[in-house]
Design a protein around this ligand. Sequence first.
Ligand code: GTR
Length: 443
Amino acid sequence: MRTIITSRRSCASKPACRDETGRSAAARGAEPFGLQAQTPTVNLDESLVPEYVLPDPLTCRSGERIADTAAWRTVRRPELLALFESEVYGKAPGAPEGLHFEVLSEDRYALSNMATRKEVAIYFTDDEQHAMTLLIYLPNKRTGAVPLFLGLNFKGNHTICDDPLITESVSRMKPREEGGSEVRIPGFPRAAAASRWPVEMLIANGYGLATVYRGDIDPDYDDGFRNGVHPLFYREGQTRPDADEWGTLAAWAWGLSRAMDYFETDEDVDASRVAVVGHSRHGKTALWAAAADERFAMAVSNDSGCGGAALSRRCFGETVERINRVFPHWFCANFKRYANDEAALPVDQHELVALVAPRPVYIASAAEDLWADPRGEYLSGVYATPVYELYGLQGLYGEQLPATDEPRMTGAIGYHVRSGAHDITAYDWQQFVRFADKHLKNN
Ligand code: GTR
């Protein structure tokens, strides 16, 4: 049983080291360090990380020890899932009754004939007033159904690559004035995020790629949960989610599961070999999607940080207090209870990673992305390892962060810390493909 030396200091008792964001002023586009003295500060100094005790993924709240996979699956895994639902992400509904699909376009000559492009409307309601558009690229050189990577995009489907035939997503922005109506603007320029989506590389390696614009599911601003999918499920008189009900990240994860519902109907896609991947806030979402929906065969967290792969109790970089203050819509209302009181959390993020077991999970960090706490992301993989070992699988070992640009992927938990800043790059994707080759290509 792993125990960490305890002290119940919370992040709030941490001496300040840097200011609010911890990212370079240029990256923040904000005033230089030190001018934000009025806002809480964050710790970016490893020597100032508080001592903490991590909840043991293999010890139930009753004190029962879990020694085999049967007890993990029937007792502890359900308990942890319920705790993350009620205390962190919020419980989401299942598929809506009106769910149905329509292939809007199919083009076998995409990407210079390398790929077939499909655009699929995933309608959440019978009246087709609420839908998301799933963009899919599948390698034309294939025999049978193919594995694929599925991930959300920030700026619209048309931004992921320079393909003029992708239907443009309409961006959904915060109203310009308080109480105003949502701003919908023509999307970002085509291929604006192409550097983050190496579609041709994935196709060349035999993988499909599928993506959805997050705004189709729920806009990424605090709109009181009025403009996304939440109202489709409100009971009579309900106007916002209950304190233990889904926030925006859980809604996005719910949308990824609706994409999986479609994959199960598409004979060109091997629905048993779908890797859910996400960068940053979408990395948080990918981990939660894989935890909540075991149909996903693999999960990839890229620079997901606080509320993603990073341990909350380390209070390094972004904290529970800060993420809930700046993004109050991301998590369920109950999560706000743990601001400056991480020690009171009944879970920590290594147990989110453990919920993916025995499926392979890859955690990626960036060396300059201290805001996301690379060491805290790595340690989640280390402390999730005992659960993988129940299945006879290897995880990650050792308290020391691996050397930069030296990926570890011999076991079922992969990890790398890339040199450079917060981003998802071709280098990151190359490691995800190498890891997927080990786990999704052999079955
Ligand atoms: C930051 C946020 C992080 C991370 C990032 C992103 O502002 O503090 O939690 O998710 O956004 O999603 O790019």
